[in-house]
Design a binder for this molecule. Structure first.
Ligand code: COA
Length: 628
């Protein structure tokens, strides 16, 4: 999910390490104490990282390339450059709360110039709701808004339960960054503003319907939130005053390439009215997009269509203008029962967002609209935009660009219903490793080779930790997939290889979440090389490094209690984005690719994943039966 484009920029040396101007966020006392107690992200030993790097290369580069890289690694280690960079990194780690977080925010997100839609912002697909009309849409949206405000109360009152991973408390910082937050485009680099916990509490959300934005105050003057009933009435007013469908889709500007939007933004906010309207959206606690119905599709294709709607809105003539892609949290509720969200990735990872969804969905299942006394509430303020010819031209160009992106995104959501994580667990295998091995098998069956695979692993055991990478393609995974395709192999041997590969994956995951993976360490060394050396060390200029960084498979498990699945675009033009949610008895998997690449095909890959999962279950069960 991190931009490979950023990595490309790093390789070309155009990304410079620099200080991120981060807004001051006041974290409440309890959280502050919790935060202070968290360990710092370690800098792994240099030799360990380099050895693991060579091991990770084994299944994805040729023997000649590997031998050449071994020489480069030796020189890096013994020639003094490596240890000099390592010492600098250790110095940085001793002086900062987290040696990586600023670099990461900058290089993975704010410097990335690709559009947020499709390329960096993930979407979340929720099951189809039962309503099919505007009353149902607004009733649902009202409950959802009230639920998110309840969640916000936990943040405001510092009562959010602290999360744990493997018995260790996690950094909760990301929760303080997802509300009242927005990305702001720059001509060369973006920033993120956060108004949560500022001096003036933010009391409004923004709602967009038919491309028209409204400020909806969700608190009374005494600080109590509006009831579901009251929110519903306010939404109805918004709906009725935005019936015209011929409005300029101003929000589509935010879907542009970041440099283009950065220029258009400066032009847009030259006008005082426009500037105030944009500020209102940026400051809002979150945005709710009341979407128009999308073209009907079969039940089978429905989740894939929703994934596309969450990632880009469906195109200029559908809901792509019904967004402010820079906004950190946008809940999307369609008149046709569609429901989900999209979020801007810079401030947070998927798990806190999905935790919020779990909370809200649970609350919504309980909440009923309770009739509350009628109190006169002001009309939500419609945000005005003065559309100059220049702004109009920018909107037209954004529409064209969006339509190209829509046509290029190939997305397939696989609701795998045959079994869930209880099957691998029963056979004493890690469900995550099991799914990853199925992805390996599917890829190998389609392409007859292994590729570099990125699985996000949480670094939230550490203060301000974000993610590192579990490289799911290993020599052991390669042996397993080869054996599955080799008719001379017995199932007992294949099973033993699967168990070994899953064990290796689990060990690598353990290392990653404990701060001992290789990718962020190598990034840190590379960042320092740019800042401190006159030329880039050869290990970062090598073909093997380019292969290792070209993640044909960009994957992540984002588990939840709700029956939903996150989705995101591929990291590279010729790769797949795969996000999955293994539930007890089924697995939701969202797969993306680009239509402009002849070699990839999301539907075909989805079928290959389904077959791989079924074949692997058969392997577990056949072998178990044979042993009885
Ligand atoms: N036998 C039986 N059960 C096993 C097992 C085994 N060998 N290995 C694991 N399990 C169980 C676990 O105890 C756990 O049980 P639970 O469902 O009761 O909690 C369950 O199987 C899941 O474990 P596993 O499949 O190994 O994965 P995980 O939950 O440890 O997740 C990661 C692994 C990498 C996904 C997780 O550590 C992580 O980092 N998540 C965050 C990812 C992220 O930030 N993504 C960013 C997206 S924007």
């Amino acid at each position: 999910m991190l931009g490979v484009f950023v990595k490309a920029a790093l390789r070309r040396g155009i990304v410079k390490p620099c200080r991120l101007v981060r807004p001051v966020i006041q974290i409440p006392e309890r959280s502050m104490m919790h935060q202070e107690g968290l360990p710092k992200l370690p800098v792994p030993p240099l030799k360990q990282t380099l050895e693991r790097y060579l091991t990770a290369l084994e299944p994805i580069v040729s023997e000649e390339e590997l031998e050449y890289t071994r020489q480069l690694v030796k020189e890096f280690l013994e020639g003094g450059v490596g240890s000099r960079l390592q010492k600098s990194l250790e110095r940085r780690a001793s002086k900062t709360d987290n040696w990586l977080s600023e670099w990461w925010m900058q290089s993975a997100y704010l410097d990335c110039r690709m559009p947020l839609a499709v390329y960096t912002s993930p979407g979340v697909i929720l099951p189809r709701m039962h309503f099919r009309d505007r009353q149902g849409q607004m009733r649902f949206a009202a409950k959802l808004i009230a639920g998110v405000l309840d969640f916000k109360k936990m943040i405001d009152t510092d009562t959010l339960p602290i999360e744990y991973l493997s018995g260790k408390p996690l950094c909760m910082d990301q929760y303080y960054k997802i509300l009242s937050s927005c990305r702001i485009p720059g001509p060369k680099r973006d920033t993120v503003v956060n108004y949560h916990s500022g001096n003036t509490p933010i009391t409004h959300i923004t709602v967009v319907h038919n491309f028209q934005f409204f400020v909806l105050d969700v608190y009374h003057s005494d600080g109590t939130p509006l009831t579901v009933d009251q929110i519903y009435m306010q939404l109805e007013k918004i709906w009725n005053s935005s019936l015209q469908t011929n409005k300029e889709p101003i929000g589509i500007l935010t879907s542009q390439h970041r440099n283009t939007w950065g220029k258009a933004y400066n032009n847009l906010i030259k006008d005082k009215t426009n500037k105030e309207s944009v500020r209102a959206i940026q400051k809002g606690i979150f945005t709710v997009c009341l979407d128009a119905p999308m073209p009907r599709v079969s039940d089978e294709l429905y989740p894939s269509r929703v994934a596309a709607q969450m990632l880009h809105g469906g195109g200029a003539r559908w809901n792509s203008g019904n967004r402010w892609f820079d906004k950190t949290l946008q809940f999307i509720v369609g008149e046709d029962g569609t429901c989900g969200l999209m979020y801007e990735h810079a401030p947070a990872e998927g798990p806190p967002v999905v935790f919020l969804i779990d909370f809200v969905v649970k609350l919504m299942q309980r909440a009923e609209i309770v009739r509350t006394p009628m109190v006169p509430l002001p009309m939500p303020q419609k945000l005005r935009f003065n559309i100059t010819p220049e702004v109009k031209r920018d909107i037209e160009s954004a529409k064209q660009n969006m339509n190209i992106m829509v046509h290029d995104l190939d997305v397939r959501t696989l609701m795998f219903s045959h079994f869930g994580k209880s099957v691998p667990k029963k056979h004493k295998l890690s469900p995550d490793a099991f799914v990853q091995m199925a992805l390996q098998l599917a890829y190998f069956r389609m392409y007859n080779i292994c590729c570099s695979t990125h699985e996000s692993a949480s670094l939230r055991m550490f203060k301000y930790g974000r993610t590192d990478v579990v490289r799911a393609t290993t020599t052991d995974s390669f042996k397993f997939v080869e054996a599955m395709q080799d008719p001379t192999k017995q199932n007992t041997e294949r099973l033993a290889l699967l168990q070994e590969a899953a064990k290796t994956h689990k060990n690598n995951t353990y290392d990653a979440v404990h701060g001992q993976a290789i990718d962020r360490h190598l990034l840190g060394l590379k960042m320092l090389s740019i800042g401190e050396l006159t030329s880039m060390p050869e290990i970062f200029m090598d073909t093997s490094f380019a292969v290792a960084e070209h993640f044909h498979l960009s994957t992540s498990q984002v588990g939840s209690k709700t029956d939903c699945v996150m989705c995101f675009g591929p990291m590279v033009p010729d790769g797949y984005g795969v996000c999955y949610n293994p539930m007890d008895e089924h697995i939701n998997i969202a797969i993306t690719a680009f239509n402009s690449c002849d070699e990839t095909n999301a539907a075909k890959f989805a079928r290959a994943v389904e077959d791989a999962l079924l074949d692997m279950r058969a392997l577990l069960e056949d072998t178990a039966t044979a042993e009885q």
